[in-house]
Write a protein that binds this ligand. Structure first.
Ligand code: SAM
Length: 345
């Protein structure tokens, strides 16, 4: 086991360098229970937790960059070796980076309530999220949630009472006073403004939870080689933005760029495939007149996912459709990335 000497390194993790799933013991340099705080905001609760529980590995996940910056400075000033911070959506962290049954405890303090009707789908806590959480938490793992938003509280109560994967550690679903915990910034604001806070203390069931949230897979770097009498100018002129969906994967082919002095076109592409969303570049490179290769540009360290396979297949299909003499010479794509008539080469 690696020694526990990571105090000198930055607490801020680089998301692109984290494996699917991540071996958290390697990140912290030791085996210890992993505790996650989702949406740590000002970071007070997180650093307090890290100080009170030095024998655990603490992971804070936030989407807000200013919050990460502030928390990172706090962690550095206090010299807390057991804290790591990650800029990510909590759902990505849980599904892609956390192995099944690897998280000992989760804190969600005052999650964004998204009060407007059209924003309700953005709320983090619902039955599906609790299922995902349960797949990644150890049996008996503790889930603590707090909110001061009456309507979100109703929804959280309903979700927690309806999920088969958690049960309350209290005699009731929630309590409205908890003087044992450190108050968070939003908790204090809620109390100052006269709102009632609801505190939920649940535990993951000891029985198995259906693993319906698979860890996303990476495939070998995909490519397709084509022969075509067309030149890059003609391909560039024919291009227009287009979209493609396959099952739960949605691909948006956006701007096309031509690098100066380079025999390549660069297609900015957005690929959404839960829990991963990537904005990346697909490259159509002319290796010699009449011969093109379509591949994934390395800029930004994109992951070669199933969606990237589909995107390269679609771009190749579009190119083939431009001209009768254009054809795919070879590729390493999955069968579903190409229409039936283009699969065999
Ligand atoms: C209302 S604030 C609460 C902050 C802090 N927990 C507190 O109690 O003072 C909610 C925080 O959750 C973060 N957040 C919202 N959705 C998130 C998500 N999907 N993953 C991670 N963090 C998220 C927001 O950026 C924000 O900082």
């Amino acid at each position: 086991m690696a020694s526990y000497n990571l105090a000198m390194t930055s607490s801020l993790l680089q998301i692109q360098q984290l494996g699917w799933p991540t071996h958290w013991a390697e990140i912290y340099g030791r085996e210890a229970p992993l505790i996650i705080e989702i949406g740590f905001g000002s970071g007070h609760f997180l650093v307090d937790l890290a100080q009170k529980r030095p024998s655990t590995n603490i992971l804070g996940v936030e989407i807000s960059l200013p919050a990460l910056d502030k928390a990172q400075r706090k962690v550095k000033t206090l010299g807390l070796p057991n804290v790591r911070l990650l800029q990510s959506d909590a759902r990505y962290l849980l599904q892609a980076l956390c192995p099944p049954e690897s998280v000992a405890a989760v804190y969600i303090n005052f999650p964004d309530p998204w009060p407007k009707l059209r924003q309700l789908h953005r709320r983090l806590i619902n039955v599906a999220f609790l299922h995902l959480l349960a797949t990644r938490m150890v049996p008996g793992g503790q889930l603590d949630v707090a909110t001061d938003h009456a309507d979100y509280a109703l929804a959280i109560t309903e979700a927690l009472e309806n999920t088969p994967y958690f049960h309350s550690r209290l005699a009731t679903t929630f309590i409205t006073e908890d003087n044992e915990r450190l108050r968070t910034k939003y908790e204090q604001i809620g109390l100052d403004e006269g709102r009632i806070c609801q505190y939920y203390k649940f535990a993951r069931v000891e029985t198995a939870v259906p693993q319906t949230y698979p860890i996303p897979k990476e495939f070998p770097m995909p490519h397709a080689v084509l022969q075509s009498p067309l030149g890059l100018d003609e391909i560039e002129a024919a291009y227009g933005r287009f979209q493609y969906s396959y099952e739960a994967c949605h691909i948006n082919f956006m701007e096309l760029f031509r690098a100066k002095g380079d025999d390549a076109l660069f297609v900015e592409t957005y690929i959404k495939e839960e829990p991963v969303a990537q904005r990346l570049g697909l490259v159509v490179r002319q290796r010699e007149p009449g011969n093109f290769v379509i591949s994934l540009h390395e800029l930004g360290f994109p992951r070669p996912t199933h969606g990237v396979q589909l995107a390269i297949g679609q771009l190749a299909t579009w190119l083939v459709g431009l001209n009768d003499e254009t054809q795919i010479l070879h590729h390493n794509l999955l069968p579903e990335a190409l229409p039936l008539n283009l699969r065999e080469v």
